[in-house]
Write a protein that binds this ligand. Structure first.
Ligand code: C2E
Ligand code: MG
Ligand code: MG
Ligand code: MG
Length: 282
């Protein structure tokens, strides 16, 4: 009996694995098609300069409106894109589209200072193709390089530090900025902030999230701002959701925030509206 049971369980297990594999394969096929037809849509989340409460720039965030499954979040399909090598094309699509869009807003709203943050996956970053792609996107769009921030994670840097150093230097030579995303969550040491040419650090939202009642998080946030001042890094606080969090950050000298308290990620039409309003703000 045990043997019989074992056999049938094996069958069930096997079928489940089989179904999952098929689903993944189908999703991969769909993702390939999405790349070919450029089915992706970009959302833009404003980054706010606290001094003026004006929008200083945007982070481009990819969305995939799947024809059958509804919109799929990047947390679900970016890993698949990394496994299949589609990530190079996807990040490059985002880079080009977003550079063009932000350059358009700069002209439309007479603000050449608007900045753009682009996420580059660790796998993509490790390849030597990024600097060329960045250079072409800047040239095609006319966006000036100092307006562009390339976001990478700590782990992307630490996987192969010497290659990373070389790629970062090339990006800096183009005149663009380097930004560390999700700072504080990766496996790394602080010494890399000195070793690599880093301009911006985005403090991960997990620290902001419980800054109200967690003394450890408060200490970490405080330390990162102190570090930013002494190493001359621009710090952006991610995931600010409440006035209490904002008040704490302002007391610590925070100058830039991104989070639902001010803006959610917006589609281009809504950005148009928000920027018109922002222009007339005093
Ligand atoms: P990320 O780069 O850390 O982006 C910030 C994420 O936090 C976004 O999620 C954003 O919607 C969310 N967020 C912003 N403010 C708040 C807040 O106040 N509260 C909360 N709870 N969340 C907030 P999203 O758009 O789902 O993106 C998830 C991740 O997917 C991104 O994390 C990034 O790592 C990756 N990603 C997005 N677009 C791209 C892309 O074009 N290329 C690559 N390689 N990765 C991307
Ligand atoms: Mg990011
Ligand atoms: Mg982040
Ligand atoms: Mg992230």
């Amino acid at each position: 009996r045990a043997k019989e049971l074992g056999k049938s369980m094996f069958k069930v297990f096997n079928r489940k694995m089989h179904d999952q594999a098929l689903k993944l394969l189908a999703l991969e096929t769909d993702l390939r098609r999405a790349v070919d037809l450029d089915e992706f849509v970009l959302a833009y989340q404003p980054i706010v300069r606290l001094e003026t409460r004006h929008i200083s720039g945007f982070e481009a965030l990819i969305r995939w409106p799947h024809p059958e499954h509804g919109t799929i979040s990047p947390d679900r399909f970016i890993p698949l894109a990394e496994d299949t090598g589609l990530i190079y094309a996807i990040d490059n699509l985002v880079l080009n589209k977003a550079c063009e869009q932000v350059r358009l807003w700069q002209k439309q709203f007479g603000n050449d200072e608007l900045t753009l943050n682009i996420n580059i996956s660790g796998k993509h970053f490790g390849q030597a193709i990024l600097p060329g792609q960045v250079s072409r996107a800047l040239e095609a769009s006319g966006l000036s390089p100092e307006c562009l921030n390339i976001e990478i994670t700590e782990s992307a840097l630490m996987e192969n530090p010497s290659v990373a150093e070389d790629i970062l230097k090339q990006i800096k030579n183009l005149g663009a900025n380097v930004c560390i995303d999700d700072f504080g969550t990766g496996y790394s040491s602080l010494s890399y902030l000195q070793r690599f040419p880093i301009d911006v650090v985005k403090l991960d939202r997990s620290f902001i999230n419980d800054v109200d009642d967690n003394l450890d998080s408060q200490a970490i946030v405080r330390t990162v701002f102190a570090l930013g001042r002494s190493l001359d890094l621009k710090i952006v606080a991610e995931g600010v959701e409440t006035p209490q969090q904002l008040a704490f950050l302002e007391r610590e000298g925070c100058r830039y925030v991104q989070g639902f308290l001010f803006y959610k990620p917006l589609f281009a039409d809504d950005v148009d509206e928000v920027l018109s309003g922002d222009k007339h703000r005093t």
